[in-house]
Design a protein around this ligand. Sequence first.
Ligand code: ADP
Ligand code: MG
Length: 616
Amino acid sequence: MPDIIQLLPDNIANQIAAGEVIQRPASAVKELLENAVDAEATEIKLIVSDAGKALIQVTDNGKGMSDTDGRLCFERHATSKIKNINDLFRIRTMGFRGEALASIAAVAQVELKTRRAEDETGCYIEIENSSVVRQEPIATPVGTSIAMKNLFFNVPARRNFLKSNAVETRHIVDEFIRVALSFPHIFFSLTNNGQEMFHLEKGTLKQRIVQLLGSQYNAKIVAVNETTDYLNIYGFVGKPETARKSRGDQYLFVNNRFIRSAYLNHALMNAYQQMIPSDSFPLYVLFLDLDPAQVDVNVHPTKQEIKFEDEKIIYAFVQAAVKHALAHFSITPTLEFDMNAEMQQMDAISKPFTQEKITAATSSSLYQTFSQKNQAHFIEAGSKSDLKHWKEFYEPLRDGETFSLTKADPAGERYVEETAKAAKTQHLADKELLQIANMYIVAPAADGYLLIQQQAAHERVLYERYAAALQGSPVPVQRSLFPFNLELSAQDTVMLGELLGDLLQLGFLIEHFGNNSFLIQGTPADIEPGNEKTVIEHLLEQYKHFTSEIRFSKREKLIRSMASQRAIPPGKSLSQQEMKALIEDLFNCSVPNVTITGNPTYIEFRKDYLGRLFNK
Ligand code: ADP
Ligand code: MG
């Protein structure tokens, strides 16, 4: 019998190894972006086409490579970043496995252009199936550009395993956002199928967050910043009003590396307790820095999981730091004179402190964390007064200083419910409401009055109604006696075609009628006859505004478009009955006090607040 064991050829070994590192286009994107960051680039451009299946290219202006390094970097275990095992624990740069480029070279056709500042000419290398097929000098700017084409061209099983372009693009954008958030001082751009999706000028972390996640966050994030000998935390958390029903913009980085940690996420959610509905998710972008020896980032290189030496301390620290930030923002001196919906929303403000709560709060371990200097994880507050604020947050307000809406009330119920009840207990039915400028409604509340912005309020009502409709209680269709014909552009036809199912749930019965025509068979009852076509055209217009908002699902975009499209505009005079119905509906919403874009729907004026305005 002959011997049967043989060594795998390099390219096969690399392909196997590649399976772990490069699972999908997004993993390659991550590796290439991280390499560019490691190379100290200040400008990094990512180009993808066909969801990265056809092309992923990263161009940086970093330090570049010599000819030899350019060739060597595609070898397995080729790295300039570790020389011995101790480096693994000291490493601050992102990648350290020395296998990313080798893996990429095993599963794609790769072109490298690179030049160091000290070299006159650069180097061009072409690789296929892990071997160099071409190498020649080239004129190229300082830095590196790596293009990988036809990912998995030689591993059809993997190629077939990839998800739809929309899904793979989503993953790519996720990776891009994570890297771009960690390095706000680096310029990043992302071009997808020839269209620039992101163009991120260098700036501060806050600017980067707003660039990436949306300008609606500009005034709605609070800085977190705590420093200890053991670890630092910095970044931003959303004010309670930014909380959303879907887990979206939540980012945690440890030593600048994006990680997932259900445990630390829990710490964060806990910090928001009582401030947001328990089924909603606040925004956060937080960076934890600690001695690399205290974390084992290498637990699983691709899974973004992480082990801490002392999890409990980190949990308490994260939670305390976030609470601190939120508390600080909530008791700034402007509060009394600038009482707005976002602040009122917080339990801490809207609810009176019962003795029971004070005791609970001050005896909690978190409170102790802030009060006992001798603890290992004592957090040195930015200033003494910060610390005082923090305590005040948990201490009763002086007599007559109460921010509470109603009489003392046992813990438990949420403020909004309280307000809703308050509004209702006022028996709106027999009250005369006042409409101002055909835009605002003044309604009596338990202890003052509410100023409601009619459009914002209606938008909230519609949004929740549509969201419910998509989840199973469809809006009834009112069949038209004479169906309308709708002619659209080719592009709009595709768009509308994709939405027909959801639109039916929302009360629109529309049929594709060949080519670019549709038949409107029915609409929701609240659409005035004759308006059907305009409504749908406007809806598509609005929807298009959202198409670049990759953060939202198709459905979310649709209901957002519908809500803002259908909300009663300012300038519309409302009858008593309409105003009452609107207010009733508003307070039946799960989040009545803010619009989908985070603006207040109403502002509350309470007697004690008004009194202070008049010095009475
Ligand atoms: P690692 O990043 O773990 O070292 P890689 O396979 O990702 O492994 O990269 C191998 C080596 O190639 C790096 O250590 C670095 O020296 C070099 N390299 C990769 N990308 C770049 C780049 N964009 N600019 C300069 N050097 C690079
Ligand atoms: Mg790397």
